[in-house]
Design a protein around this ligand. Structure first.
Ligand code: SF4
Length: 212
């Protein structure tokens, strides 16, 4: 069994926080363990808990559609959540649950070694840049320990507020360019790089890919 498969097994049997008591099953993540792009959401919902797969409900359909729109399939990327077990009634994850699960997230990043991490919503953004506003930060790629972190709204936000859809679609259109740029930048590593360095250009100057 590979190191990555062992990590998945540890997640599936984890009882480190109270979310383990209400889950049907843990949802470790899905996709390529060598993906260049990693998407990190908040936590599993009803369908994810039932089937053991991330982002398969209505918000998942939005994410899959956006991926397909830039020529990617779900299996080309890695999709996971900050907490691997469903919070009751889809409530927000508690700080102690996020803390208990953070080691799994760190291990997944360490093993997958993505070039770009897309944070979906405020909880995953808060892991990398705590205390900042997702509304102000979204769409602006940043450096974090040698990686590009690209904050976006959570796809569920689009379902609640359709006015956010164009922002999310615009952020997705920049992804191919970011991946290309990240591939030519220095590799990820634990070096002393500043955690908060804005990257590249403003959206208006970015190459537009007419895919929506
Ligand atoms: Fe373990 Fe994370 Fe599930 Fe809590 S949410 S039981 S820490 S896998």
């Amino acid at each position: 069994m590979s190191e990555f498969d062992m990590l998945v097994q540890r997640i599936k049997t984890c009882t480190e926080c109270a979310l383990s008591q209400g889950r049907t099953q843990a949802v470790p993540g899905e996709g390529s363990p060598t993906a260049d792009i990693m998407f990190i959401g908040e936590g599993p919902g009803y369908y994810e808990d039932r089937d053991g797969r991330p982002f398969i409900g209505r918000a998942g359909n939005v994410l899959t559609g956006l991926l397909n729109g830039i020529g990617l399939r779900r299996e080309d990327v890695y999709i996971t959540n900050m907490v691997k077990c469903r919070p009751p009634n889809n409530r927000d994850p508690m700080p102690e649950e996020l803390s208990a699960c953070s080691g799994f997230m760190d291990a997944q990043i360490e093993m997958i070694k993505p070039k770009v991490i897309v944070t979906l919503g405020r909880f995953s953004f808060g892991k990398f840049f705590p205390g900042e506003s997702i509304t102000r930060a979204r769409g602006k790629p940043r450096r974090w320990r040698g990686l590009t972190v690209y904050p976006m709204y959570h796809p569920a936000a689009v379902l609640h507020n359709p006015n956010l859809r164009s922002a999310l679609e615009g952020d997705f259109r920049r992804l191919p360019e970011l991946i290309e740029e990240a591939a030519h930048s220095s590799p990820a590593g634990p070096g002393p790089e500043p955690a908060d360095v804005p990257l590249v250009k403003e959206p208006a100057k970015a190459r537009q890919l007419n895919m929506f």
